[in-house]
Design a protein around this ligand. Structure first.
Ligand code: SF4
Length: 349
């Protein structure tokens, strides 16, 4: 059985040709699946009967089963999916503005092994990587939801949900090629951002493979000791190693890098911390997002008060570091990664 959504068009063409169907049929099938959002072979009106039967018998068209949707007051919507083996992952749909444009935040792993101290996803470790089809299907299902509810347009895709994208690099790469390909969703590279905690060798590989796709790096502290407390991965890839790889990435892509900085009360939100961050980003072309931490049940960090976030931002402004405070969306639907899945597991325990 082929999983349809992990095939790019030339792979589909090869399968069709090997089975005595015309190559041009792959254009028609891609058009049905990705432009018309139709996956039932019976509804693909311009295909001959033999091909419809071949598709029905040999292709798994859908990888996610919707378990729960939770809509927030601010328009953020969270989706909980069940995979074919019973595991669960989340996708978040975030409105960009009043212009009916949306961003989909995708998951790449069931859980995560990196154990960041502020993150619900990392609490149980990583059960497995998502397949490319399971990643692509999140975009497909979200596109369908947007179309069926007349919401507007899926404009951006960000890999910032459950899991570390660079620890599932092959499937990330395949899914990016499909999401971005002509004849599929046609979401341009510049409208896609991949977020990492700083898996150093993959930062360079990513720069070589995708010089137009955006890169965001979660830093959260410019001080190695503090960062290691928050993110154990810092013991393997510390701030110096990350900076060296980001410089190489910039040489390859000339793309400005987004630095994600979670503001945690009395931990990394002082002027000392702002200075450490500024020291670290010196001579790099970056944009800093300050993110008020989401409270997570079972974890003891607290969101930084507004006043301290503003002071921190003012310091960065003063030294001409491009910075914005990113609003935390969907707090009432537990939109921080991994929280909805966790709540469901608690409720079912
Ligand atoms: S923040 Fe990201 S890398 Fe860290 S544990 Fe959570 S999912 Fe993993």
């Amino acid at each position: 059985m082929y999983s349809f959504k992990e095939l790019n068009k030339s792979e589909l063409t090869d399968i069709l040709v090997d089975n005595s169907f015309s190559a041009f049929r792959s254009d028609q099938i891609f058009n049905w699946v990705y432009n018309n959002l139709v996956i039932e072979p019976d509804l693909m009106k311009n295909l001959p009967g033999g091909l419809l039967k071949f598709l029905t018998d040999n292709f798994l068209m859908e990888n996610l089963n919707l378990i729960k949707i939770k809509a927030s007051n601010d328009g953020t919507t969270k989706f909980l999916w069940e995979l074919t083996d019973g595991e669960r992952v989340e996708t978040v749909l975030i409105p960009q503005s009043k212009e009916e444009k949306y961003t989909a935040c995708l998951s790449v792993q069931v859980g995560c092994d990196l154990g960041c101290s502020f993150c619900a996803t990392g609490m149980d470790g990583c059960k497995r990587n998502l397949t490319a089809a399971e990643i692509v299907d999140q975009v497909w299902q979200i596109s369908k939801y947007i179309a069926e509810n007349n919401l507007g347009e899926l404009r951006n895709v960000v890999f910032m949900g459950m899991g570390e994208p660079f620890l599932n690099y092959d499937n990330l790469k395949k899914s990016l090629e499909i999401i971005n390909s002509e004849g599929a969703f046609q979401i341009g590279s510049r409208r896609i951002t991949v977020s990492t905690v700083g898996i150093v060798p993959k930062i360079r590989e990513f720069g070589r493979d995708f010089d137009q796709v955006g890169l965001a790096v979660s830093i959260h502290s410019g001080d190695n000791e503090k960062r290691s407390k928050l993110m154990p991965v810092n013991k393997k890839y510390d701030l110096n190693a990350i900076k060296a790889s980001l410089k190489d990435y910039y040489k390859l892509t000339s793309r400005r890098i987004t630095i994600e900085y979670l503001m945690i009360a009395d931990f990394n939100d002082s002027i000392y911390d702002a200075k450490k961050l500024v020291e670290w980003i010196e001579d790099m072309n970056v944009f800093v997002n300050l993110i008020p931490a989401n409270p997570v049940a079972g974890l003891d960090h607290k969101p930084s008060p507004k006043q301290r976030i503003n002071k921190f931002k003012n310091y960065l402004d003063k030294v001409n570091v491009p910075v914005q405070i990113r609003t935390s969306m969907g707090e009432d639907v537990t939109a921080a990664c991994g929280q909805l899945r966790l709540k469901e597991e608690e409720a079912n325990a």
